[in-house]
Design a protein around this ligand. Structure first.
Ligand code: ZN
Length: 409
């Protein structure tokens, strides 16, 4: 069995563990060193560091401190890694802890985080998902069960000083175009809740003040939330600092394309088994700016779908020009309205589309003025037939199983 090089204690605050950090900064010292060819295990908190509980009350989602996230394990240094190299990371496996066989999904309150459909679902809610081997189901969304497409939502290498400065500049410029917006346009550095791993004293204070937040995906990968970057994948990361500095966290048991609810997929604590190698000078050899990856040879096999179309005309009937964000939102809203006909509440349907292995596709971006996006809903995850037929939908209410999601009151 490979060595566990980063251990966590679910009963301990992640702030007490110096192999954890929650900002990106080149000065964060390596938590552990490995060699090319090594494989090793890293344990991870859930992305909020234990702020969300396994119960039926969404107050914890409503009140979550989003300046603390994401808690990442690392950075792991790779001997010999230098700027310009490619770091090859094989995800050999990902698993759950015996004492933590559950995960959560929620929608943030519009006042604290928001989400893809925050105008439609402005209040915090959550669903809890229980794991049973490779399968999961939720007491809050009856009638569905599916296999986990387990993956890290967030993985990447430390940025260089120059790259960090770039990130902070361009995100501040966007933020400043509408500084009072709720939810905000970007999450800027925030020193008070920064955890900079082993850094202490003045060095920590300085790095905390400029450390980039972990919310967006960036050139280094980071919080990409790609469901297909699952166990069995091989990822090729650009290296920007000596030793690389690979960090990982935000493990998901499953997620739909888009991670539409923002809080988030089926979020879990767990462990990840990685192997690393280097391609010297690989960034230039392969013209790599953002990471590339090879998907896993294994994936849950769902091949029957109902596919919902959406176009870039918004809820008020306003025409947008080839706007994929608007089009995907319409596809999601169409799927939610459809599932309501089967007795699901809108919130249950929204949560399900964030959690299940739903595919999202950009189907057309040239047919002016409408972009077309599609949402692929796997039909085999339901215990009833959800396809249209001449008799109309059989609702879950008729089966006496319509439990509402927890409310924030
Ligand atoms: Zn996540």
């Amino acid at each position: 069995m490979a060595e566990t090089i980063i251990k966590i204690d679910l009963n301990q605050s992640p702030y007490e563990n110096e192999q954890i950090h929650n900002r990106w900064h080149p000065d964060i010292p390596m938590a552990s060193m490995v060699k090319p060819g090594d494989d090793f295990i890293i344990e991870c908190h859930d992305w909020t560091g234990g702020q969300i509980h396994n119960d039926d009350n969404a107050d914890d989602v409503r009140d979550v401190d989003l300046t603390q996230v994401h808690f990442l394990s690392g950075p792991v240094g790779i001997e010999g890694a230098e700027p310009g190299d490619l770091l090859v990371v094989d995800i050999l496996d990902i698993g759950t802890f015996e004492e933590s066989q559950w995960g959560f999904n929620g929608f943030f309150s519009k006042q604290n985080g928001g989400g893809f459909l925050t105008e439609h679902f402005p209040e915090a809610q959550k669903s809890i998902w229980d794991f049973n081997g490779m399968f999961t189901k939720s007491r809050h969304i009856p009638g569905v069960e599916f296999a986990g497409l387990i993956h890290p939502g967030l993985i990447g290498c430390l940025p260089s000083k120059e790259m960090l400065a770039d990130w902070n500049k361009r995100e501040k410029e966007l933020y400043d175009t509408e500084p009072d917006r709720i939810p905000q346009l970007a999450a800027l550095p925030f020193a008070d809740t920064a955890h900079m791993g082993k850094l202490t004293g003045t060095a920590k204070q300085q790095a905390a003040a400029e450390g980039a937040r972990t919310v967006p995906p960036r050139e280094h990968g980071g919080n990409c939330d790609i469901k297909d970057l699952s166990r069995g994948s091989t990822i090729y990361f650009p290296v920007y600092v000596k030793d690389g500095g690979l960090s990982v966290g935000d493990l998901h048991f499953s997620q739909g394309d888009g991670e539409i609810t923002f809080c988030g997929a089926i979020e879990m604590a767990g462990w990840i088994h990685l192997r690393v190698n280097l391609i010297k000078g690989g960034m230039e050899k392969y013209a790599i700016k953002n990471p590339i990856f090879k998907p896993s040879p294994m994936a849950p096999k769902y091949d029957d779908y109902l596919i919902f179309e959406g176009i870039s005309v918004d809820e008020q009937g306003k025409q947008h020009y080839l706007d994929v964000h608007v089009a995907y939102r319409q596809a999601v809203l169409n799927a939610i309205e459809y599932l309501k006909k089967f007795g699901y509440t809108g919130a249950q349907a929204y949560s399900l589309l964030g959690c299940a292995p739903v595919q999202g596709h950009i189907s057309g971006v040239v047919d002016i003025p409408n972009a077309c996006a599609t949402l692929w809903l796997p039909t085999d995850i339901f215990d009833i037939d959800v396809k249209p037929n001449a008799n109309g939908p059989t609702t879950r209410v008729e089966q006496g199983a319509d439990l509402p999601l927890s409310k924030d009151k």
